[in-house]
Ligand binder design. Structure first.
Ligand SMILES: NC(=O)c1ccc[n+]([C@@H]2O[C@H](COP(=O)([O-])OP(=O)(O)OC[C@H]3O[C@@H](n4cnc5c(N)ncnc54)[C@H](O)[C@@H]3O)[C@@H](O)[C@H]2O)c1
Length: 254
């Protein structure tokens, strides 16, 4: 499929996980990919692999965010797709009873303020073009609660979800679509390592997933490519769950 032929896509957090898989998928579908990350080595590597460019930018820095879209525009002539995906989930963000204000603020900055900065900077390009697709990475924890809490992470993703909905509504008649992607848990190296050490911890989560496994990053990337493409032309302001059925489940199959 070449649904994104010659579209210019900026991906934050492109160096790893969902961002990396999406950079690959976007390139397969014909897009020109601008890979943004704070990890220079990983970002340079993915940009070379997908034939795009790397921009070293911290998405919590307003000037750096402005610069990354300007670089995309000056290099390729438009900014058609913004996948605002960079995020963190550090171990010191835990139960509200344990989580300190510094951990709370750091997670809010990287996961939520960054999405505000990215949308604020990219929407003017899209308004001038009269088209654009923005996909902001939220999470399934934006729509359901967990007893294994990461309080600032969850609150940040709820913020991403509400902000995406509002922007989707506000700019709907200007050809700009804004959707919140809500992935379920993804089979990342970090998750594998954690659960290999502690199978009970993995089981506690797996029991809630109707399909009985975690997602592969490529499955999330497939959903992002759909939302980015004209196949999703009537989808905006959506809470787009890609969660193996978790959010709809009560009793899962044995
Ligand atoms: N992995 C999951 O199970 C899962 C589930 C739901 C939602 N998500 C969300 O998906 C997104 C991607 O997660 P992932 O698992 O691929 O993570 P990951 O850690 O594999 O990749 C995140 C990338 O973002 C980069 N990054 C971190 N802070 C940055 C900053 N300030 N500026 C620029 N780049 C920065 C990192 O260097 C890294 O390359 C995150 O927003 C995460 O919250 C992940």
């Amino acid at each position: 499929m070449h649904r994104l032929q010659d579209r210019v896509a900026v991906i934050t957090g492109a160096g790893s996980g969902i961002g990396l898989a999406t950079a690959r998928r976007f390139a397969e579908e014909g897009a020109k990919v601008v890979c943004v990350d704070v990890d220079e080595e990983a970002g340079t590597k993915v940009a070379a692999e997908v034939g795009g460019i790397f921009v070293d930018a911290d998405v919590t820095d307003a000037d750096a965010v402005e610069r990354m879209y300007l670089t995309a525009f000056e290099t390729y002539g438009s900014v058609d797709i913004a996948f605002n995906n960079a995020g963190i989930s550090p171990p010191d963000d835990d139960s509200i009873l344990e989580t300190g204000i510094d951990a709370w603020r750091r997670v809010q900055e990287v996961n939520l303020t960054s999405v505000y900065l990215c949308c604020k900077a990219v929407i003017p390009y899209m308004r001038r073009q009269g088209k654009g697709s923005i996909i902001n990475t939220a999470s399934f924890v934006a729509v359901m609660g967990s007893a294994t809490s990461q309080i600032s992470y969850t609150a940040s993703k709820g913020g991403v979800l509400a902000m995406s909905r509002e922007l989707g509504v506000q700019f709907a008649r200007e050809g700009i679509r804004v959707n919140a992607l809500c992935p379920g848990p993804v089979n990342t190296p970090l998750l594998q390592e954690l659960f290999a050490k502690d199978p009970e911890r993995a089981q506690r989560r797996l029991v809630h997933i109707p399909v009985g496994r975690f997602a592969e990053a490529s499955e999330i990337a497939a959903a992002v490519a759909f939302l980015a493409s004209d196949d999703a032309s009537f989808i905006t302001g959506a809470e787009f769950l890609v969660d193996g059925g978790i959010s709809g489940a009560y009793v899962t199959p044995l």
